[in-house]
Design a protein around this ligand. Sequence first.
Ligand SMILES: [Zn+2]
Length: 158
Amino acid sequence: MTTKTCNTCTTEKDTTEFNKRAASKDGLNARCKSCIADYRASRKEAIAETNAKWSKKNPTYKKKWREAHAGYMAEHRSRTRAGLASPKWLDEVAISEMQSVYAKAHLWTQETGESYEVDHIVPLNGDTACGLHTPDNLMILPRAINRRKGATLLQEDA
Ligand SMILES: [Zn+2]
């Protein structure tokens, strides 16, 4: 068996414990799968905390968000009625989760001075896949990256 030492937990592990990464010399991520999982979990907490603070300071954001996204909502309501999309997306939790994604992008832009945008991981109207306007399908990208992302990201995720 082939092993590799994780650069984060410094543990020597079987190479199957590492995700593939084409850009690396050995074709593997420097961090093992469990370190990546830990990192994601800690980030999630930090983000939730930031969101909570932000929402407190911006109590009208949710209302404004609903207004700004009235088009999406109407679209999804009609899709749902037509049996095309999950009806779950419209519940309160989904809305507040999506609101925090947008809030976060806004906050990052303010804090870093770099423009962040919210984008759909799977495009709403892609050629091969049709994504949903749901929290799971949203991500934040610096504007510069967002503009050149194109289809590459989708292929990597697939
Ligand atoms: Zn590790």
